[in-house]
Design a protein around this ligand. Structure first.
Ligand SMILES: NC(=O)c1ccc[n+]([C@@H]2O[C@H](COP(=O)([O-])OP(=O)(O)OC[C@H]3O[C@@H](n4cnc5c(N)ncnc54)[C@H](O)[C@@H]3O)[C@@H](O)[C@H]2O)c1
Length: 316
């Protein structure tokens, strides 16, 4: 555990916050989960019981660890409780006004030494920091879903963030057995979404121009690139491939890649039709008749298998 940090407060008991709470508690921190909605707190606790029960039943977690996690998490709706916080992760709804209101209130209650982080997916941290009292102690701590399985954390410096804050957040990520990467200044999409959307733009461009089907493009990742990127980054892959070869390919290929600034019809049309993917039963593929649940179960099962192979006991 990090010196001087005992009480971790997580704001927002939703998809992200509930999973983070479990992780911090497993690593020995005293966690308080805060939400404006009592129903969200009840749901979060129920969800955690289901997860812990399943983890113990399948032998992935000992009953003692499950008990330690249960005992390590408290629940509150009272913002005044933040006076005890040494470290805050904000994972509330993705809305700048609501987040600013939250930070304006909470940063006036917490100790001056508390470290304050936001899990925003892409809102400007520098703008958010305008609402934070003593903004040197505030930065981005962007997790990937599901946080207890996916070990990457982007640590993002807002304009006013102190170096000491960046170091503490990186140290915290390591302490909870995650892998921090640092953004020395914020850019839209941070790192992960810039890569994710560069790939999606090219994929949509190829489907729209009839070069390949969606299924075959998905297969390129599942049976080819995914294996590489699970183990190596683009610079390592280029070094292994040979920079002479990569230079020659880049010389003719870069000019041919999609650089459109428009959102492709292949995304906009689904959006306008209310076809949002798994959550609405239809997106690029169909998820009726239980396919939605099957898809989520498949993802979780495969992520855990890969994660076990690559990162060993992270999920134990
Ligand atoms: N879901 C993802 O895949 C993902 C990945 C990375 C980052 N994020 C980011 O994490 C944050 C939370 O996302 P989520 O998917 O967990 O959302 P969610 O909708 O599941 O949960 C949000 C929770 O915040 C609570 N809330 C709303 N306003 C609040 C307030 N003022 N004070 C306290 N609680 C409040 C809601 O009651 C709800 O329980 C967002 O900023 C999101 O962009 C999400």
């Amino acid at each position: 555990m990090l010196e001087n940090i005992q009480n971790v407060f997580i704001a927002g008991a939703g998809v992200m916050g509930s999973s983070m709470a479990q992780l911090f508690a497993k690593c020995g921190y005293q966690v308080t989960l805060y939400d404006v909605s009592e129903q969200a707190l009840v749901k979060s606790r129920e969800l955690m019981e289901v997860n812990l029960g399943a983890a113990v039943e399948t032998g992935r977690m000992s009953p003692e660890t499950a008990q330690k996690i249960r005992a390590g998490i408290g629940y509150t709706q009272d913002p005044q409780d933040f006076a005890r916080a040494d470290y805050v992760v904000e994972a509330i709804i993705e809305n700048m006004e609501i987040k600013k209101k939250f930070w304006s209130q909470i940063s006036a209650i917490v100790k001056e030494t508390a470290i304050l982080t936001s899990n925003t997916s892409g809102l400007s941290l520098t703008e958010m920091a305008e609402a934070v009292r003593l903004p040197g102690r505030f930065c981005g701590m962007h997790w990937l879903n599901p946080p207890h399985i996916c070990p990457l954390i982007e640590v993002i410096r807002a304009k006013e963030t102190d170096e000491e804050t960046m170091e503490t957040v990186r140290a915290m990520a390591l302490d909870i057995r995650h892998f921090p990467v640092t953004l020395n200044r914020e850019v839209p999409g941070f790192l992960v979404n810039r890569f994710q959307f560069a790939i999606l733009r090219e994929a949509m461009s190829l489907v729209e121009s009839g070069v390949a089907s969606m299924e075959d493009i998905d297969n390129v990742f599942k049976y080819g690139l995914g294996l590489r990127y699970a183990c190596l980054g683009p610079f390592e892959i280029a070094d292994l491939g040979g920079l002479d070869t990569f230079y020659k390919i880049a010389s003719y290929l870069f000019a041919d890649l999609s650089d459109t600034g428009e959102v492709h019809a292949l995304l906009a049309d689904h959006y306008n039709n209310g076809e949002f993917g798994v959550k609405s039963g239809k997106g690029y593929y169909e998820y009726a008749d239980g396919r939605d649940k099957e898809m989520i179960a498949y993802r979780d099962k495969m992520f855990l298998k890969v994660s076990d192979c690559l990162y060993g006991d992270l999920n134990q």
